[in-house]
Design a binder for this molecule. Structure first.
Ligand SMILES: Cc1cc2nc3c(=O)[nH]c(=O)nc-3n(C[C@H](O)[C@H](O)[C@H](O)COP(=O)(O)OP(=O)(O)OC[C@H]3O[C@@H](n4cnc5c(N)ncnc54)[C@H](O)[C@@H]3O)c2cc1C
Length: 264
């Protein structure tokens, strides 16, 4: 199977985040970046499936030059080539503009399956994969916890995580966009051989015109959302620390939940 995997490079959540001077995004100076968590599971799913079916994985990412590190890592893990949407025109796009660029890059080739993460760890709109599916005219499934190709690649059985601990199982016709939830599998580590091979694997850097788009379709110009402000929530007052013997502290806590918080 020919599989496209969309990976986003996001700030390392272990990092202390600072807000940029214009108050509209994070200050990326000195920040460490990693591959978005659920995208790592999407990539593993794609690699395992390509191995099983004798296919290939192509990784796509939209973002500035630093994104090369994420793509090289995916190539070291086993993807055969990468597409980096790095042109300045792609910058500052909302999820719709980002999906438009990704869908156009995917639509240039013939893929049997597109895998994305369910949600990014920074902006977290949880909508890019669904919009890519809409733009390609393909079915999609979000929050996928299980995925099994059947019918010689004609369809797949999908398990979705629902509310209240329930799962939904359904069959989807391929090609489709599958938006993977973290925890679906066990992502592999890159081998030394893989890291060496990745240096020679191609990374294509198409401009909007190569995708049949203009600068007005993508990035900030093609966006319908405007970020007005990014801020940390104000810390509230009134936190109480109940110290002392655990049994007494538990009784005090229950009393406070009953009489002060009135939640019991
Ligand atoms: C007005 C505006 C300005 C912005 N400016 C910046 C900025 O300066 N810098 C910045 O880093 N972000 C910026 N963003 C956020 C960025 O554009 C979003 O990350 C993008 O819209 C995708 O949405 P999301 O991250 O919520 O992804 P989600 O919809 O939560 O992601 C779901 C999945 O889609 C795929 N995906 C998402 N984004 C990408 C990508 N770029 N490449 C490959 N796959 C992807 C991944 O598989 C991911 O797991 C801006 C957003 C807006 C609205």
């Amino acid at each position: 199977m020919r599989i496209a995997v969309c990976i986003k490079q996001v700030p390392d959540v272990e990092e202390r985040l600072e807000i940029a001077d214009d108050g509209k995004w994070l200050d990326e100076n000195e920040m460490k970046f990693v591959i978005n968590e659920s995208d790592q599971y999407a990539l593993e799913e794609g690699l395992a499936l390509a191995e099983k079916t004798g296919g290939e994985v192509v990784v796509l990412s939209l973002g500035p030059d630093r994104v090369q590190d994420a793509l090289r890592k995916a190539l070291a893990l086993g993807a055969s080539r990468a597409v980096h949407l790095a042109d300045d025109a792609f910058d500052g796009g909302d999820a719709h503009a980002t999906a438009r660029a990704l869908a156009a890059a995917i639509g240039r080739e013939e893929f049997d399956l597109v895998l994305t993460g369910a949600q990014s760890d920074d902006a977290g709109y949880g909508s890019t994969g669904s919009m890519v599916a809409g733009m390609l005219g393909w079915p999609h499934a979000w929050l996928v916890m299980g995925f099994e190709v059947e019918d010689g690649g004609g369809s797949a059985k999908v398990t979705r995580e629902m509310e209240s601990g329930m799962n939904e199982l359904f069959r989807v016709a391929l090609p489709a966009v599958i938006e993977v939830q973290a925890g679906l599998n066990h992502p592999r580590y890159a081998s030394l051989k893989g890291i060496m091979q990745a240096k020679r694997k191609p990374i294509d850097r198409p401009a909007p015109a190569d995708l049949g788009l203009t600068g007005e379709d993508v990035g900030a110009a093609g966006s319908r959302l405007e970020i007005l402000d990014v801020a940390f929530p104000e810390s509230g007052a009134g936190a109480q620390l109940i110290e002392g013997d655990p049994a007494v502290a538990a009784r005090t806590l229950i009393e406070k939940l009953r009489t002060e918080a009135r939640v019991l």
